[in-house]
Design a protein. Structure first.
Length: 282
């Protein structure tokens, strides 16, 4: 009889504990935590893994870059500490799908806002205005676009950047295509090409790497406007509003400029002022 009484009492305590757990829950996070595929108070954020100065996975498994700094700030404003962020590689071709599937809560990955993309995802921001530009050696005699005539110009296979230069300002430029921008930068260093072209932010990130510091500079040609936005799932107005508010705060408290200086400064990157954040969706 005594044994049954103890067991019954233990059962009552256990039932009470389970009831309290089920009813109380963890309301320290907002609804963002429910959309993180993995749960457990984590948030999944899409970034690039291979763009120095923007989104780079370091050999030790850590992450660095302007997009990483922006993403970390935004996650903080959504209620997540750095150790609660899971960075997920989102390559350009899979960004829309990653959001639609719910693989990530938002994406900060040199994601230019375009009318075509806005049909599939919603964009907070923009948080950076970049331009197509040229990266050249610090002692290069290239000062304007037409100086590329007869010179070797590098970009990655499938990119329209180099073709845009030849079509619009330097018809006699010799186009060279490589599999990735790191190969173009190495070719520039060795003298195999005379210039590399893509977004100035991407070029500045590569040039700011320790192994290249002081060797390259941006030409400052501003050949196009690229407004980087934070991608969120189409129709997720709540997250869109929160991120726009967070971006405005990041600009006003100077964290935005600090992130720009830290990630792009060594390449003499002359950034545009912080863009006006888009109207918050009501």
């Amino acid at each position: 009889m005594k044994l049954r009484k103890v067991t019954a009492a233990s059962a009552a305590v256990l039932a009470l504990a389970l009831s309290a757990t089920a009813c109380g829950g963890d309301d320290s996070k907002d609804s963002d935590s429910t959309a993180t595929a993995g749960g457990g108070g984590k948030i999944k954020v899409g970034i690039k893994y291979d763009q120095p100065g923007l989104g780079l996975k370091e050999p030790d498994g850590s992450f660095s870059g302007f997009d990483v700094d922006v993403a970390t700030y935004l996650a903080k404003e959504l209620g997540y500490e750095p150790d609660q962020i899971e960075f997920v590689e989102t390559k350009s071709a899979d960004r829309e799908n990653a959001l639609a599937r719910g693989d990530v809560k938002f994406i900060a990955a040199t994601y230019s806002i375009t009318d075509e993309r806005k049909q599939k995802v919603d964009f907070a921001g923009p948080y950076l205005l970049a331009h197509q530009d040229l990266l050249i050696k610090t002692d290069s005699d290239i000062a304007k676009g037409t100086d590329l005539n007869g010179k070797k110009l590098c970009s990655v296979t499938g990119s329209t950047s180099a073709q845009n230069v030849r079509d619009t300002i330097a018809p006699k430029a010799q186009l060279k295509e490589y599999g990735g921008y790191s190969e173009c930068i190495a070719a520039l260093q060795s003298g195999a090409v005379d210039a590399v072209t893509t977004d100035d932010s991407i070029l500045a990130g590569f040039a700011a790497q320790d192994k290249y510091k002081g060797q390259f500079k941006l030409a400052g040609l501003k050949l196009s406007n690229e407004n980087y936005g934070v991608g969120v799932k189409k129709g997720d107005t709540e997250t869109l509003n929160k991120i726009n508010t967070a971006l405005e705060k990041m600009v006003s408290d100077k964290s935005w400029q600090k992130a720009v200086d830290a990630n792009f400064g060594p390449a003499n990157y002359q950034n545009e002022p912080a863009p006006t954040i888009g109207n918050i969706v009501k």
